[in-house]
Design a binder for this molecule. Structure first.
Ligand code: OGA
Ligand code: MN
Length: 286
């Protein structure tokens, strides 16, 4: 079956048909998918009943896998992250549990791994169990966020560097959500706000809830600019909202978009997603 790609919203996202991830994807198809990924930043595949191994093999068609960090509470060093409100005994984790609060950081707009010196390139998320309502994921185009800025604003932002940190993100949810071991593993990282994508030379606005302040500026002034830029970047016309079905796989380029999860009745409905991530190609600041 030939691959077809259908645009999903004005500025970001496309739905792909004609791919069966479980059967394996040939080189020619991977090339088509890589081109579509570059163009749309978010690709949606339906009806993919896949194992973790099949998800890993598919992910490798787009780059090299970056396993989770050893102390990451969702991955424990493995290549697959379990984004889930269900524990090892198949019981729902209560909303007030620290594990739930840690994961609710995913509901703040972010780019995966932007707290790392080499931020993650892309993420692939497959839906195993979805709630009957809610639990959508939204994607906002950082490409459009940059290109639609007025020219003087672009010039003003050029060269500014933001400090990104996991601690800053989780402090917006509740105190003490990070283990000492995990915190030691992820020191804050510096990134240019106006980021140039290596293979295309395109510029994007690299913001999100991990961005804490601007280097060399008073904290409050930097934070207020970052807040404004985040609001700008996530205006409704820059966003695609995905409502999940079981066996959907959605992949996104963390350089070209921000994403956030949306709430659902997590105290009584299960939601289980498996994520793989692809390594970035280098730091944004020398
Ligand atoms: C992620 C993430 C949001 C969601 O997997 O990186 O942020 O809706 N997920 O599960
Ligand atoms: Mn995420």
């Amino acid at each position: 079956m030939p691959i077809s790609v259908k645009k999903l919203s004005e500025n970001i996202g496309a739905e792909v048909e004609g791919v069966d991830i479980a059967l394996g994807v040939d080189d020619k198809s991977f090339q088509q998918l890589r081109d579509a990924f570059q163009k749309y930043a978010v690709l949606v595949f339906h009806d993919q009943d896949i194992t973790d191994e099949q998800q890993i093999a598919f992910s490798k068609g787009f780059g090299s896998i970056e396993p989770s960090l050893p102390n990451d509470p969702l991955g424990h060093g493995r290549p697959v992250f379990y984004i889930s409100n269900v524990d090892e005994n198949d019981l729902i984790i209560p909303p007030e549990d620290t594990r739930t609060l840690y994961q609710s950081g995913n509901m703040l707009w972010h780019s995966d791994g932007s707290f790392r010196r080499v931020p993650l390139r892309a993420s692939l998320l497959s839906a195993k169990v979805v709630p009957p309502a809610g639990g959508d994921t939204e994607y906002a185009s950082l490409r459009t966020a940059y290109s639609s800025l007025p020219e003087p604003k672009k010039a003003e932002l050029e060269g500014l560097i933001a400090k990104h940190s996991m601690a800053h993100s989780r402090a917006q949810i509740a105190p003490n959500l990070l283990s000492k071991e995990f915190q030691d593993e992820i020191p804050p990282a510096d990134h240019l706000i106006v980021r140039t994508i290596s293979e295309t030379g395109e510029k994007v606005l690299f913001v999100g809830s991990y961005a804490s302040h601007i280097i060399g500026w008073p904290i409050d002034k930097g934070r207020s600019l970052l807040k404004k830029l985040l609001e700008w970047s996530t205006q409704p016309q820059f966003v695609y909202r995905h409502s999940w079905c079981v066996n959907d796989l959605v992949m996104w380029d963390n350089r070209y978009c921000l994403h956030r999860g949306r709430p659902w009745d997590s105290g009584s409905q299960k939601r289980i997603m498996h994520r793989t991530t692809l390594a970035g190609d280098g730091p944004t600041v020398g």
